[in-house]
Write a protein that binds this ligand. Structure first.
Ligand SMILES: [Ca+2]
Ligand SMILES: [Ca+2]
Length: 372
């Protein structure tokens, strides 16, 4: 008898919970919207495209279903299917867009439901912790939507974006949930042009591979025992991996008042007498050891194949248009660093596209705190 009453009580509580969820989701869609013969009928959104400051939802035959005009040009638009997300509210599909900065407004993330109703806008206006140059309007350079399994330990999708101040630095990698709430951010004193979210090691959380450029590293940061000259280009290329549940602080070597140093699984920069930018072109197991490698190329036509652990450089490559010498590469892991350099230049015998083993590598493990 007692058990029966308790069961009844549990049912009442569950019914109350369901009622709350329904209220927060709003009213159910009218069934007529699913009936092709109804005037309310809307076909399924199959794809989305950005056209100037418009985002356009398309049906299977590429016929526009709806078009919405945003406050500035759309950088990227992604269609997300939440049919597997039982907690999604409202259920169905989402359209996630980024907008670019103008003289008047900062770039933002904007989301719509599949009927074209705007759900929320997040304007990226975070105040820079660095001392000079910034004006706190950001371009959203790139973003991905991924279930990064972190923060709230749910499998819900998160939006992971890279944004650069309109003065070109600093950069902010930041994470929002699908309700538009801020979850985490990482400051970088440069311009991170792209990111890739992927589980590259088969374990939680998702990894975030980022790349781009940074200010020239201070000469006193470079390992001096190899006799390198501090004669560097205007900026150096950077590539690294953040872990989805450890996003905070600011990237080395620059300090920011009141902001702790960040944690990266590893962080590398490539430098030369010319300005270097790095792009990551592929995440692939090149040497068949079961571990994904990060394939990173410089704007001067040189490639680094870096084991995703950051512990080894498995190969180097050159493109048709390779110029200068291969830039020196320094990889940091925490407060230790691992330094690689190949001084053999030019690589007359190496064919474009060929992955070759590094020939002359200096590896120095520096133990101790180098950031403070
Ligand atoms: Ca992982
Ligand atoms: Ca590998």
């Amino acid at each position: 008898m007692l058990a029966g009453r308790l069961n009844g009580l549990v049912c009442l509580i569950m019914a109350a919970s369901v009622a709350v969820i329904q209220l927060s989701c709003g009213e159910e869609s009218p069934p007529s919207a699913c009936d092709p013969n109804s005037p309310d009928y809307l076909p399924e959104v199959i794809s989305v495209v950005a056209e100037g400051s418009d985002v356009v939802a398309l049906a299977s035959d590429d016929v526009p279903i709806w078009r919405r005009t945003l406050q500035s040009d759309v950088g990227k638009a992604v269609l997300l299917d939440l049919s597997e997300e039982s907690a999604a509210c409202p259920p169905g599909k989402r359209i996630v867009c980024s907008t670019k900065a103008t003289d008047a407004v900062s770039g933002s993330i904007v989301t719509f439901d599949e009927r074209g109703n705007k759900l929320w806008t997040y304007a990226m206006t975070d105040t820079s912790p660095y001392p000079n140059g910034h004006i706190d309007r950001y371009n959203i350079i790139d973003f991905e939507v991924s279930p990064i399994n972190s923060y709230d330990k749910s499998s819900e999708y998160k939006i992971i974006a890279t944004a650069s101040d309109v003065t070109w630095f600093p950069n902010r990698i930041f994470v929002l949930d699908l309700q538009g709430s801020w979850l985490a951010g990482y400051w970088h004193p440069g311009d991170l042009g792209s990111l890739i979210t992927e589980d590259i090691d088969g374990c939680d959380p998702i990894e975030i591979v980022f790349c781009g450029l940074s200010n020239t590293m201070p000469w006193y940061w470079l390992p001096s025992q190899e006799g390198l000259e501090p004669d560097l280009g205007d900026y150096c290329g950077v590539v690294g991996i953040l872990e989805g549940d450890r996003i905070w602080g600011c990237a080395a070597p620059y300090g920011a008042v009141g902001v702790p140093h960040a944690y990266e699984r590893w962080y590398a920069f490539a430098y030369d007498t010319t300005a270097i930018i790095i792009s990551v072109t592929q995440l692939k197991d090149h040497n068949s050891d079961g571990q994904i490698d990060v394939e990173a190329w410089t704007n001067t036509g040189w490639g680094y194949y870096i084991d995703s652990s950051g512990d080894s450089l498995i190969g180097l490559g050159r493109a048709d248009a390779a110029s200068y010498c291969i830039p020196r590469l320094v990889i940091f892991k925490g407060h230790n660093y691992v330094w690689y350099v190949d001084p053999d230049c030019p690589w007359g015998s190496v064919q474009p596209g060929e992955l070759v083993a590094p020939r002359a590598i200096y590896k120095t493990i520096h133990r101790g705190c180098i950031f403070h």
